[in-house]
Structures are given as C-alpha cells and as structure tokens.
Design a binder for this molecule. Structure first.
Ligand code: PXP
Length: 252
C-alpha cells in the first residue's frame, strides 16, 4: 500500500454543477458547464466533479459526454447508487465515481451515504463499476462504522463529508467545530490504515479550508458552490488559484 506523504500535494477537484444551475434558471445553453470545466483545467484544477442528480436539477445527461470531451483531466461523476446511474456510468466510463445519498427535497447532499446498513447491496453495485476501471468513492460522514464498511464493500476511496464542520465554522461554535475536526482526522487515519484513499469536501471556502487541507491522509478536495460564487466577483481562474494557494499554505 502506498501511503501519501503528509506533505504530498493536495489535488483540487472543481465541481461545476452550479454553472449548470445558472444555465437551467433560464433554459438554453449559457453558461456552458463544459466551458467552465475547460477554464478550471486551465486554472490548474486536477479534476472536474459533476453530480448527475436523479431530478437533473443542474447537470443534465448531455453535459457528461460534453465535459468528457472538453477536458483531459480526470472526471469524477457523483451519483446516487441507482440502476439508472450505474448504466450511465458504465456507458461513459468516467475516471472516478462517487456514490452519494440523494433525497429529492434536499437542497444539497445532506449527510453521508449509509454504507454499513446497506453493505450487501453496495458490494454488488460497486463491483461492475470497479471492473469497468472506475475509481469508486463513497461520500460518508466521518464515522468509524461507515469507514470500515466502505473498505468491506469494495470501494477504493472515501470522501469525507465536511458539511457539519463547515456549519460549525460558520456558526462560530468552536467546540463543536473542533470535535468535528477530530472526527475527520480519526476517520481519515482509519481509512488509510484500511487501504482507502481519502478525499474530503462539501461547504469548503477560503476561511474553512485550511484545517481540512492539513489532514495528512487527505489527498483530494472537491469544491464547488463557493468557487462558483466567488467566480462571479473575481473570475473562475482567480477563485481557483486562490483556493489552491490556501490549500498549499495549509499543507505546509
Ligand atoms: N463532494 C460531494 C460528494 C458533493 O456531493 C458535493 C456537493 O455536490 C461537493 C463535494 C461540493 O460541495 P460544495 O459545492 O459545497 O463545495
């Protein structure tokens, strides 16, 4: 097993879902998520992440092949563990697939995937994706039972949900933030011991990214909503480059 060095450069996956949200607000073709993906690549993103939701509220089916054609960097497809999504993934074969929980009424992905309680189904679900060459990741809460289950069901990667940590940062509840950070550190360490690669994401911004980027086992962050909002003011390239700078600073 190759363990990442604590000072290993941290990859930045840029989630372009909300370019599609803006496009869909009017219908039509603008702004184009594939153009945003290309710009993110030019600005130094290590990967592009997109979430094809069951209700297609942002990315739609045609975006996936368009983005695969537009960039050379790896594509990470986030999706629910449904039969429909599995066949889309197998048809397009993105580099990575991140399985996420999905509820139609939620505004964004709330909470992590229930892996421990759904292990048999997920084992069968993941196997053909891995056999097709995808790196399969599970988006989970920093919870020991979920990390152990992720290793058992055949995932190669976990992505730790940083949403609670980010909410505590925003609310100013330092004790709760620190407790959540300790859970994230412990989950990352356990995951690495079990041979899993560790990613993290959700709700990250310039202010809260540092402590997450400093978790030595974390080798990739996936960041979307904040970067797209910031891009309105400073441009996508500058937003991505500043995020990269903050991540590198924390890593040192
Ligand atoms: N990682 C996963 C698995 C997600 O579902 C999301 C949100 O779609 C993100 C990262 C990015 O979160 P945010 O848009 O809050 O940066």
């Amino acid at each position: 097993m190759t363990l990442p060095r604590p000072d290993a450069p941290l990859r930045l996956g840029v989630n372009i879902d909300h370019v599609a949200t803006l496009r869909n607000a009017r219908g039509g073709a603008d702004p184009d998520p594939a153009r945003a993906a290309l710009l993110a690549q030019q600005a130094g993103a290590d990967g592009i992440t997109l979430h094809l939701r069951e209700d297609r509220r942002h990315i739609i089916d045609a975006d996936l092949p368009a983005i695969l054609r537009a960039v050379q960097i790896p594509i990470n497809l986030e999706m629910a563990a449904t039969a429909e999504m599995q066949s889309i993934a197998l048809a397009h074969r993105p580099h990575a697939i991140c399985l996420v929980p999905e509820r139609r009424e939620e505004r964004t992905t709330e909470g992590g995937l229930e892996v421990a309680g759904d292990a048999a189904r997920l084992t069968d679900y993941i196997a053909p994706l891995v056999a097709a060459g995808a790196r399969v990741s599970l988006f989970i809460a920093p919870d020991e039972a979920q990390v152990e289950a992720a290793a058992r069901v055949g995932a190669q990667v976990i992505e730790l949900h940083t949403g609670s940590y980010c909410e505590h940062c925003a609310s100013g509840d330092d004790a709760a933030r620190d407790a959540e950070l300790r859970r994230l550190f412990a989950a990352a360490s356990l995951a690495q011991d079990l041979g899993l690669e560790v990613h993290a994401g959700h709700g990250l911004n310039f202010v809260n990214v540092g402590p997450i980027a400093a978790i030595p086992e974390v080798v990739e962050l996936n960041i979307g909503h904040f970067l797209m909002g910031e891009a309105i003011f400073v441009g996508l390239e500058a937003a991505i480059q500043e995020m990269r700078r903050q991540m590198n600073l924390a890593r040192m």
